[in-house]
Design a protein around this ligand. Structure first.
Ligand code: NAD
Length: 409
């Protein structure tokens, strides 16, 4: 099953429960625009490489389109469309005035020099600058992209349209970025993990946490949960994993990763493969890397009481069904990782006002938005007797559907 089939299945399940007609379902699922471009790059050695870049704009009924830009060799149209629809439900769920989009280039950023990465980013911006912008579509970082990439996009976009910092979010703080954007997704993941455990009358102190992925999201989630007194017992990245039942010293691990570029071979730990990491007994499993890691093949072997989807699309529907049957509570991606887009919204607001908030205000507003969305989702799940994923889709689709109808078709 492809990424798109998975997200579509969740959509149809919620839409049917809401009684949406087949025509309305088709209207809400069909993307408004799909852009596919050639990105030709002159490599440092003088050779030319050609890549494919995508920007898929799903739905702008509630405001300008918003979504990340991913550099990964496995980026394809199906996946980008699936991620764009997720953004539509996510921005609606946390109630920020945006629609949903996503972009990506089929590229391995690790194989490129910084100069090549800059050239490929500027070339891609040349190709899509007409369809993005502060009132149209605002890209942000995702896997393989970061604040530096956003700075290049802002600069290149400015060559066509003049100084426009609000055309991208997740920029460096020195260049119109927002304090607190970098940590935002991981902080939101940590905050809602604590909120969910509280609801379930579980203690955060000593709760055993396993995290796949130690990039932007995984590392900040680990840091937040470590500070709350949880015990992070296993962590991995694309190069391998580590475990220590007594708990990993997360600040020391972050320093090690800054020096070595991976968690692999971190002292005071044993190695663990990514496959074994996922089935490690724990209180909370947090997939925070790539999509499609929880499948019908490993779902029966997962030994976590709770799963918090920090990554987008980590769970296939067949696995989700197994988790339901086994009583494993899943905090879905559209809710769990919405902290990033929420602080992106705060960055956009600050850029448009030419006024900066301090970090305490950013964190307070983020926590309020996330906890409000969590509370509403929990209420819907309880009153309608559905799982948290279905509840979050019901809320998100409901808001987008109403805006679409009220705006006129
Ligand atoms: P990142 O590039 O900073 O980090 C990704 C991490 O995953 C790295 O540690 C990498 O080594 C690891 N990884 C990659 N392939 C792997 C594999 N096959 N097995 C195990 N680990 C692997 O990316 P990120 O920004 O942290 O994003 C992670 C996930 O969170 C993605 O699914 C992304 O869509 C989602 N997300 C990110 C944000 C954000 O603000 N950055 C917001 C919402 C959702």
């Amino acid at each position: 099953m492809g990424a798109r089939e998975s997200t579509d299945r969740y959509f149809h399940e919620a839409a049917s429960l809401m009684g949406l007609t087949a025509n309305m379902q088709k209207l809400l699922l069909t993307p408004e625009r799909q852009v596919k471009v050639q990105v030709a790059l002159e490599m440092d050695n003088g050779e030319v490489s050609t890549f494919i870049g995508f920007r898929i704009q799903h739905n702008n009924a509630r405001g300008p389109l918003k979504g990340g830009l991913r550099y990964h060799p496995e980026v394809d149209e199906d996946e980008v469309l699936s991620l764009a629809t997720l953004m539509t439900w996510k921005t609606a769920l946390v109630n920020i005035p945006y629609g949903g989009a996503k972009g990506g280039i089929q590229i391995n950023a690790n194989d490129l020099s910084p100069a090549e990465l800059e050239r490929v980013t500027r070339k891609f911006t040349d190709e899509i600058h007409d369809v993005i912008g502060p009132d149209k579509d605002i890209p942000a970082p995702d896997m393989g992209t970061n604040a530096q990439v956003m700075a290049w996009i802002m600069n290149q976009y400015g060559k066509y349209h003049g100084f426009t910092p609000a055309c991208v979010t997740g920029k460096p703080v020195e260049l119109h970025g927002a304090d607190g954007r970098e940590e935002a997704t991981g902080r939101g993941v940590g905050l809602l993990t604590v909120a969910m455990l509280e609801k379930m009358k579980e203690k955060i102190i000593g709760a055993e946490i396993v995290i796949q992925g130690f990039g932007n999201v995984g590392s900040f989630a680990a840091q937040y949960l470590h500070n709350q007194g949880a015990t992070i017992i296993a962590v991995s990245d694309a190069f391998g994993g580590i475990k220590n039942e007594k708990g990993i010293n997360i600040p020391a691990l972050a320093e090690y990763v800054a020096e070595n570029g991976t968690v692999k071979d971190y002292p005071e730990s044993e190695p663990v493969s990514n496959e074994d990491l996922l089935v490690t007994p724990c209180t909370v499993l947090i997939p925070a890397a790539i999509g499609g890691v929880l499948t019908k093949d490993n779902a029966s072997h997962i030994q976590a009481k709770y799963i918090v989807e920090a990554a987008n699309n980590p769970t296939y529907p067949e696995a989700d069904d197994i988790f339901d049957q086994r009583g494993i509570t899943v905090l879905p991606d559209v809710l769990a990782n919405a902290g990033g887009v929420t602080v992106s919204y705060f960055e956009w607001v600050q850029n448009r006002q030419y006024f900066s908030w301090d970090i305490d205000k950013v964190r307070d507003e983020l926590d309020k938005k996330m906890l409000d969305a969590f509370k509403r989702t929990w209420e819907v799940a309880t009153t309608k007797k559905v799982n948290l994923r279905l509840a979050s889709y019901l809320l998100g689709i409901g808001r987008v559907g109403r805006a679409t109808v009220m705006g006129g078709i």
